[in-house]
Write a protein that binds this ligand. Structure first.
Ligand code: DSN
Length: 423
């Protein structure tokens, strides 16, 4: 084996799988709200020779030699993140959103401390206190939920729970909630009970970077996020916020919960932050919102009930029972995938079905917007989804929709010809 062998030579089997995945991503309409198509420059950086470098510690304070470029790279990523999100301090080392949250909890909480977070079955994330996750095992999470009438966060309940339980931290943020967050009220509640306010902005940080949404760092003590969703970066996590918490959180991330950082991913993050600071990214973020709005309208016009009646962000949650009482999220999602429309089943608030089955589907527009689709195409996509769901037992309709999705994607290839493994 030669070090410079291409993957096609060194490992044709994995090369085939990469090509197949590239084809799948290029042929189908990708509506998973937490996914995106990363720019080639981001993938070049995250697949670069920084893969080879070990460097525990932080820039200019390492336990390893040979760190000149590595130190400059990590400092560049930190400086770019601070400028992009207008924060005093940032840590670009977390391997994922979960380890970013773990880093904050480890630094600022003791095991058993009470934390307020959005209940998972109402739209929160696993790391916001799920009983099967470290967060719910190590800390005493109390879940806030949605108002049953408006299906929006019940801020009065948040206040009552905060006063009753006196949490040390309030976690704000979601995995599947389609409305704006009332940061001002969360801040006021946190101040009233002297809690730390952490915003997990993983889902919408790209919209913040593109100035299409308010910046949670204006209100929060700490903001955590991933870099691979609407932000369109490499897979990874990021923590940022007020400088007063920086030293403690840096120590919790390394050496507390991680060893050496993954510098190839940090290279990808640096490129991502640079791209997000360009004017084109603002247009992209604004278009994500317009597309989500158009998709939501088309789905609702077609008879799919959306939780809370629409969306203010990049995602929406549909109640499959509004199409047919018997239709589960599982069947809806798998049939849509068969016709080339990929999304995920998702529990809806107070879902009577188990999480593996559910009564909902979650849809998001970051990927289709990266592929260049606009409102007109969103109306077409909504129509294809509604046809599939309303005629789910009609093989002729499913065959027609498959052809239509492939034709639509041919007009919007996410990567240009010449990209390795291109369709
Ligand atoms: N829960 C994942 C999602 O929203 O798809 C993100 O961590």
């Amino acid at each position: 084996m030669q070090m410079s062998d291409s993957i096609e030579v060194a490992d044709p089997h994995v090369a085939e799988l990469i090509a197949a995945e590239n084809q799948r991503q290029g042929r189908g309409i990708q509506l998973i709200a937490s996914e995106n198509y990363a720019p080639v420059s981001v993938m070049e950086a995250s697949g670069s020779v920084f893969t080879n470098k070990y460097a525990e510690g932080y820039p200019f304070k390492r336990y390893y030699e040979g760190c000149d470029s590595t130190d400059q790279l990590e400092q560049l990523a930190i400086d770019r993140a601070k400028a992009l999100f207008d924060v005093e301090w940032a840590n670009v080392q977390p391997h994922s959103g979960s380890t970013a949250n773990m880093g904050v909890y480890t630094a600022l909480l003791d095991h058993g401390d009470t934390v307020l977070g959005m209940a998972l079955d109402h739209g929160g994330h696993l790391t916001h206190g799920s009983h099967v996750n470290f967060s719910g095992i190590d800390y005493n999470f109390v879940g806030y939920s949605l108002d049953p009438d408006t299906e929006r966060i019940d801020m009065d309940q948040v206040e009552l729970l905060a006063k009753e339980h006196r949490p040390k931290m309030i976690v704000v943020g979601y995995s599947s909630y389609s409305r704006r967050l009332d940061y001002e009220r969360f801040r006021a509640i946190a101040d009233e009970v002297e809690a730390i306010m952490m915003v997990d902005a993983a889902h919408f940080i790209g919209l913040v970077a593109g100035k299409a949404m308010p910046n949670p760092a204006q209100w929060a003590d700490i903001v955590t996020c991933t870099t691979h969703k609407a932000l369109r970066g490499p897979r990874g996590g990021l923590i940022m916020g007020k400088a007063e918490y920086g030293q403690k959180i840096d120590k919790a991330v390394f050496p507390g919960i991680q060893g050496g950082a993954i510098f190839s991913q940090i290279a990808g993050k640096a490129v991502c932050f640079h791209l997000c600071a360009q004017p084109e990214f603002r247009a992209y973020a604004t278009q994500i919102l317009s597309n989500a709005n158009a998709l939501a309208q088309g789905l609702m016009d077609g008879g799919l009930r959306l939780i809370s009646g629409g969306t203010d962000n990049h995602l929406m949650l549909g109640d499959t029972r509004s199409i047919d009482e018997e239709l589960t999220g599982k069947r809806a999602a798998s049939t849509l995938d068969e016709v080339g429309i990929t999304l995920n089943r998702n529990a809806i608030p107070n879902d009577p079905r188990k999480p593996w089955i559910t009564s909902g589907i979650r849809l998001g527009t970051p990927s289709v917007t990266s592929a260049g689709m606009k409102e007109l195409e969103m109306a077409t996509v909504a129509d294809l989804i509604i046809r599939t769901l309303t005629e789910i037992d009609n093989p002729g309709t499913l065959a027609d929709v498959s052809v239509a999705t492939a034709e639509l994607m041919q007009e919007f290839p996410p990567y240009l010809a010449g990209f390795p493994g291109h369709v």
